[in-house]
Design a protein around this ligand. Sequence first.
Ligand SMILES: [Zn+2]
Length: 84
Amino acid sequence: MPSMRLDCPECQRPLINTRFDATFRLPDRSERLCFGIPAGLCLDCHQLYMDPELIELLDLDAGRCVFAIQSDTVLQAGAWSGAE
Ligand SMILES: [Zn+2]
């Protein structure tokens, strides 16, 4: 599991680890639902940042996130490090 300890590219504040459900629109216009994706949330910018490796892993690099909703309460950094 890649570390999600990142800073916000916009305001340089540390991102908060969270999980969210998201819909991605793929180039062939199909949509793909992903649940429980770990991401970094910036409270200031209200922006979610996914790990590029994870995007690649899910084969979503060509897709566009069209919808995302936080699916869990905010977790402390490393809280899910033992999860699969
Ligand atoms: Zn920010």
